[in-house]
Design a protein around this ligand. Structure first.
Ligand SMILES: [Zn+2]
Length: 142
């Protein structure tokens, strides 16, 4: 529902918003270690005042990048700090907490940073076996 540098809230970042009903399984895109998470929020809406209320999981990958999964439902994170997770592992259930206009998953991949966040472009292995950057308003299946 929103792609890289999207007009609603991704103006300055490589970030993807996936339309999905609340409670949808969110699985890890890569192996990694859970380095930060929040799951206590139960508020959200299409207003920047909710910017810090989104529940999230930050996973560190062994190549130095990190995946940031955002807007889990309250108490909807099933991993713990320090957990080693594998690609495809369930990490939580989607929601609509934080600065979010509708139930969805926000995903960005970033480099470790101080100050301004540095997100990077990522490719996904598609059903046709091609590695591609996902485009907005497209449907992708496993
Ligand atoms: Zn987003």
């Amino acid at each position: 529902m929103q792609g890289y540098f999207g007009n609603f809230s991704h103006q300055e970042e490589h970030a993807l918003d996936f339309d999905m009903p609340q409670g949808t399984n969110v699985c890890a895109i890569r192996d990694g270690v859970v380095v930060l998470l929040k799951e206590d929020s139960n508020v959200g809406g299409a207003d920047k005042k909710f910017y810090n209320d989104g529940n999230y999981v930050l996973v560190y990958h062994n190549d130095g990048t990190m995946a940031n999964y955002v807007y889990f439902r309250q108490n909807g994170v099933v991993v713990k700090l320090g957990d080693n997770i594998k690609q495809g592992d369930l990490i939580g259930y989607s929601g609509n907490t934080g600065f979010s206009s509708a139930p969805h998953l926000h995903l960005d991949v970033c480099l470790p940073y101080v100050g301004k966040k540095k997100t990077i472009s990522t490719k996904f292995l598609l059903k046709n076996q091609k590695n591609e950057v996902l485009k907005v308003n497209q449907k992708y299946t496993k």
